[in-house]
Design a protein around this ligand. Structure first.
Ligand code: ADP
Ligand code: ZN
Length: 342
């Protein structure tokens, strides 16, 4: 078991990797607790939940909606929740976003924690205090920065995660290595097979390491004015790919990271052989690297996402493996590269 403490201006957040869902009760400290989960997690793990009120949301992004937020707030009121109540999200990124958002607005904010059950939530979504819901197809357009009191990452729960969701989490884990950890990148090159086979002795170390990278970036820049932008590696192009193709988030981000690697080579920041290594690693984790859509369609969505007609976008480029730089890139230059590769 490993505890990672994220220290921020007005609170700290403990991420406990290797802790067990069965011990959640100890973290509740006898407070009146309300649990938010989704139907899949509820079906598999409900009997291991402590004895609390439980709200079961539908699985999937569509639950990250303001009407669901209102429904949960109503449910909290009906069951007598007040400012001293405690909220716990048990689930993947969707549940964590939803629970974190509700906790930060209900009665102007109540304390909360997470049991992150998906790989993506354990290394990314549950860490850093961003809680958002979607509106009219725009992701996370309504949200807050509020830190959970604790994040429990129970590694055993990953064994029931569907393969597609596991690979989704791997994309963000590889992203963290590309941002600031060359040694971890080499480790993944060597151990892709046991990691894909979810060998438990490899997973705890991997999750702890990756969560630590995310925590360290967030500590430096909680509100995303600079350093935290690095976590957007692969996401500018990736989000547009996700919208156009309907590929999963992780697959789209993998294609986005490959795009960033290509552009970094063109700009002389990354060597050709390093680009090859990055693409090979993504492929060895069953992640795609080629854009299956029409580049002009993807570019149009990117523009709309950024609400830009001119000027530049902050783009995350790779300066070797395990180091990134945030660079403003002229929109027309990006378009030329996206459409014609030069
Ligand atoms: P993410 O964590 O990738 O942001 P979700 O919260 O939508 O996204 O979780 C992905 C899917 O995996 C959902 O259908 C969710 O119900 C399911 N899920 C999450 N954790 C587990 C688990 N430990 N076992 C089985 N299914 C899970
Ligand atoms: Zn992401």
């Amino acid at each position: 078991m490993e505890k990672i403490t994220v220290r921020l201006q007005n609170r700290q957040s403990d991420i406990i990797v290797g802790e067990c869902l069965n011990h959640l009760d100890e973290y509740l400290k006898k407070r009146i607790t309300f649990i938010i989960t989704d139907r899949n997690v509820n079906e598999i793990y409900r009997e291991r939940f402590p004895d609390c009120y439980v709200y079961v949301a539908e699985p999937g992004e569509k639950s990250k909606d303001i009407t669901v937020v209102a429904d949960i707030c109503r449910w909290l009121l009906e069951n007598g929740a007040d400012r001293s109540s405690f909220l716990v999200g048990i689930g993947g990124g969707v549940v964590c976003d939803l629970a974190g958002f509700v906790a930060s607005v209900f009665m102007r904010g109540i304390n909360f924690g997470f049991v992150a059950t998906s790989l993506l939530a354990q290394v990314d979504a549950a860490i850093g205090g961003k809680n958002g819901v979607d509106l009219d197809g725009y992701k996370n357009i309504i949200g807050t920065f509020t830190q959970p009191e604790f994040v429990i990452c129970d590694i055993d729960l990953l064994m029931t995660l569907p393969e597609k969701e596991y690979v989704n989490g791997m994309a963000e884990i590889i992203k963290h290595a590309l941002i600031q950890d060359f040694d971890q990148f080499v480790h993944f090159e060597e151990f892709s097979v046991p990691i894909m086979a979810r060998e438990i002795n490899k997973l705890e170390h991997m999750v702890a390491h990756s969560a630590k990278i995310k925590a360290s970036v967030v500590e430096k820049d909680e509100l995303e004015h600079g350093e935290r932008r690095k976590l957007n590696l692969g996401h500018t192009w990736g989000h547009a790919i996700e919208k156009v193709t309907g590929l999963s988030h992780g697959e789209s981000v993998a294609i986005g990271m490959a795009f960033s690697a290509n552009l970094s080579v063109k700009k002389g920041l990354l060597q050709e052989h390093e680009r090859e290594r990055i693409l090979n690693l993504l492929t060895s984790f069953d992640l795609p690297v080629k854009n299956p859509a029409d580049p002009p369609d993807v570019f149009d969505v990117l523009l709309k996402d950024k609400k830009k007609e001119g000027g530049s976008v902050h783009f995350i480029l790779m300066k070797g493996i395990g180091n990134v730089v945030v660079e403003p890139i002229d929109i027309m230059e990006l378009k030329k590269f996206a459409l014609y590769g030069d």
